[in-house]
Design a protein around this ligand. Structure first.
Ligand SMILES: [Zn+2]
Ligand SMILES: [Zn+2]
Length: 391
């Protein structure tokens, strides 16, 4: 799907209806309903709003007839909120204030910010336009209750359809909340939830698993395919694979720098780290975070080191071996000035090694920053049911 970064995604529409009943003695009761008649996808969530107008809890909407969870304060109002026109919801991180989108505003589990990793109940991630909608919703309901005369029935409608369908340039009311498309859509490899984030890498907002290693595995698979099909030379495939690894490893280390308290000197050391300097990278990860990048790979260590040096030669020296390459790579078959011709076999072996290294980094990282098991369990139960059905 071609879509423009940061383009607006409209509200799905629908109508919220308050039915107000005022008895003879002036006692008011009300019901809230929602209807949706457009062909756009929709998903509906409930938020508890404090009578003062702010979101203060999530509503666990069970099946028909199942009672909702008790609100966190007395006199809370149940606010029904529909998704954007793609069935997704926009969120704003309460900490870093960045925007992202996901499948919903979950009531049974928390949300994790894809960018800074802040994890909290999902109502904390309400965007400013969603806040305006909540205020408008409460105001409409309060006015209707206030104006109800004894022995009357009345209806008040918040009609998102007419605004969603309008194509005029007239300013829209500020309670019309939309969401903003980001740059990378992905389904989490661990819990399968949908995410739409700025940039490329991020935590899954549902379970908190970082997508970085999976992105590398996918990219390296694509490179391997192009190598096999002859679209990429082995030299170029080595360059691209190491560059993917560089970028993925940098992402994990950046997260470690921002999440693990450390002294300035250590932070500087990690900020300056070059990932293709295998010995230094391995040593720092081990000493700072107890991460063993080359776990189970001692036999491949010299090979990976050599390939990282080769990548430098392919990238910067036109594939001609330099004095430095001869001295430092440990490659005794090459002399200074030789043209290094990479083999498909070496390239494939390197791709396998890089994937093993990033998988170790991924699992050690998440041993420190654990994902929320809720959505992962739902997904693994779903997979189990699927495989049972197939059997
Ligand atoms: Zn954040
Ligand atoms: Zn996930």
């Amino acid at each position: 799907m071609n879509r423009k970064d940061f383009s607006e995604i409209g509200h799905t529409g629908g109508k919220v209806t308050f039915t107000i009943v005022c008895d003879e003695s002036g006692r008011v009761s009300y019901q809230i309903g929602y209807s949706h008649s457009s062909p756009r996808p929709v998903s509906l969530v409930g938020i508890y709003a404090h009578p003062e107008g702010f979101a203060c809890g999530n509503i666990v909407m069970g099946g028909i007839g199942e009672p909702w969870n008790t609100p966190p304060f007395p006199n809370c109002i149940a606010v029904l909120m529909a998704s954007d026109s793609q069935g997704k919801f926009g969120h704003e991180c309460p900490d870093c204030k960045k925007h992202f989108r996901s499948d919903g505003i979950p009531a049974r589990s928390s949300l994790t910010c894809p960018y800074c990793g802040t994890r909290a109940e999902s109502y904390h991630f309400i965007t400013p336009p969603q806040k305006s909608y909540i205020s408008h919703y409460l105001e409409s309901l309060h006015t209707a209750i206030y104006e109800a005369s004894p022995d009357s029935n009345s209806e008040v409608v918040i009609d998102m359809n007419s605004i969603a369908d309008s194509i005029t340039d007239a300013p829209r009311p500020d309670f019309y909340y939309t969401s903003i498309a980001q740059q990378t859509e992905f389904n989490c490899s661990t819990c399968n939830s949908y995410n739409d984030v700025r940039g490329r890498y991020g935590y899954c907002s549902s379970c908190g698993w970082r997508n970085t290693a999976e992105f590398q595995r996918v990219a390296l698979e694509r490179i391997r395919g192009q190598l096999v099909d002859g679209y990429l030379s082995p030299n170029d495939a080595v360059k691209q694979s190491v560059s993917e690894f560089d970028s993925a490893a940098r992402d994990y280390v950046d997260q470690l720098i921002s999440l693990v308290p450390m002294k300035e000197t250590r932070r500087n050391q990690l900020n300056r780290l070059l990932f293709h300097n295998l010995d230094k990278f391995d040593e720092l990860l081990k000493s700072c975070f107890d991460i063993n990048l080359l776990k189970g790979m001692s036999a491949d260590r010299d090979f990976v080191r050599k390939m990282f040096f080769r990548r430098h030669v392919y990238e910067h020296d036109g594939s001609v071996a330099t004095q430095r390459y001869v001295e430092e790579s440990g490659d005794s078959n090459i002399e200074k000035g030789d043209l290094i011709r990479e083999t498909i076999e070496n390239t494939n072996k390197l791709i396998g090694s890089l994937n093993r290294m990033i998988s170790t980094l991924e699992s050690d990282f998440h041993e420190m920053f654990e994902p929320d098991p809720f959505c992962i369990e739902i997904e693994s139960n779903r997979k189990k049911r699927m495989s049972e059905r197939k059997a």
